[in-house]
Design a protein. Structure first.
Length: 377
């Protein structure tokens, strides 16, 4: 009996501590960040580096933009490549490839993006300013010049993790956000690029992409001109860090289309009101915290849902379904699908929204827009 009570007490204390971590995970995030800094910092001195330098491989191509612009005052990478390859006594093929690759006008080629150099620039300038005060000079390849940039990359990656956590915790439960981000951080290539190879652009790409998505999420509370400007600048930074990340910026185009359509449709609420009651059911949703303008569902493009009690009654917007919390599922954060049947059901489209659904369980299917309520609680 005593053992059972002791076990229950131990489990209760453990559950309390876990609940505290889930509710306020800041200490856990900071602890993991410090561990990454310490491990990488120790590896600088304990683990031999390729060519004896910290920035190697693809990272050197990102770095020479910064080194050449600040130390040489130009963007001719010939001497940058020659200094770097003077440390290379192992791979003559790579040395030849770097030194002989030229642009159509005969300049040393660099096929990589300039974004990482932009993110490293503030700390690089600060480091060299401090060195100048102590009458120190460097060639850009010394450990004291490169180590701060690698630690900065780890810091950028950490900020990206925090931004992703803010977004996921805002859309789902804190527990789901914590578990997801720990998995992304510690069980994917992120752990490699933050702990072993921060000179690559990957963690910087994660930061820039997370910033872009975070600013979009913040904008859902209401867009301002300054908000659009900041979001656009973040898209530019994201593309500069890794060219292919520009594809993520398509989210901005979709958002602009949705906002524009919603603004145009606010004058046609009567069509939505009429369409809502034509079918066998009618739609009842409650307005979210940000407030939502009712929008036109369309003459032939409306969705029929069974009614359900809610705090207030508003018309559904096909342009922005994320703005509503439709009470159609159990008490869980789920994804619901809205089927928009056009011209007798010949075509349809789906829109996803993630919200907190609280209410009685309902099951639906969508044959030609008809909603069947299959069970009641």
């Amino acid at each position: 009996m005593a053992m059972s009570a002791h076990t229950w007490s131990w489990r209760a204390r453990l559950r309390t501590r876990l609940d505290a971590i889930i509710e306020r995970p800041r200490a856990l995030w900071v602890a993991l960040f410090v561990i990454f800094l310490l491990v990488y910092g120790a590896s600088i001195f304990l683990i031999p580096k390729r060519y004896g330098r910290l920035i190697v491989g693809d990272g050197i191509y990102y770095y020479v933009y910064l080194r050449s612009a600040v130390l040489d005052g130009d963007l001719n990478f010939q001497n940058d490549y020659e200094i770097y390859q003077s440390f290379n006594t192992q791979d003559l093929r790579k040395k030849q490839e770097m030194l002989e690759r030229k642009t159509p006008i005969g300049m040393p080629a660099n096929l990589f993006s300039v974004g990482p150099a932009v993110l490293w620039a503030p700390l690089f300038l600060l480091t060299h300013f401090g060195a100048a005060l102590w009458h120190q000079t460097g060639d850009g390849y010394a450990l004291w010049e490169q180590a701060p940039l690698m630690l900065a990359s780890i810091a950028y990656g950490f900020i990206g993790i925090l931004l992703m956590y803010r977004v996921t915790a805002g859309m789902f439960s804190k527990f789901a956000a914590l578990v997801s981000l720990l998995g992304i951080w510690l069980a994917t290539n992120v752990v490699y690029y933050m702990g072993i190879s921060p000179s690559a652009s990957h963690v910087l790409s994660m930061f820039a992409s997370a910033l872009f998505v975070y600013l979009w999420w913040r904008g859902q509370k209401g867009w301002t001109k300054l908000g659009w400007l900041g979001w656009g600048l973040s898209a530019g930074l994201m593309a500069l860090v890794r060219w292919q990340d520009l594809l993520i910026a398509l989210l901005a185009l979709l958002e602009w289309i949705a906002v524009t359509r919603a603004a145009r449709q606010t004058t046609k609420n009567w069509l939505a009101l009429a369409g809502t009651f034509v079918g066998r059911g009618h739609l009842v949703c409650r307005r979210d915290d940000a407030g939502v303008r009712a929008a036109n569902v369309g003459v032939a493009n409306f969705v029929r849902f069974a009614s359900h009690r809610a705090a207030g009654r508003r018309i559904f917007s096909m342009a922005a379904p994320r703005n509503f919390e439709c009470v159609v599922f159990d008490q869980a954060r789920l994804v619901f699908v809205v089927a928009d049947f056009i011209s007798g059901g010949s075509r349809f489209r789906t829109a996803l929204a993630q919200k907190s659904f609280v209410g009685r369980s309902r099951d639906f299917d969508f044959p030609r827009g008809i909603v069947h309520q299959q069970r009641r609680q």
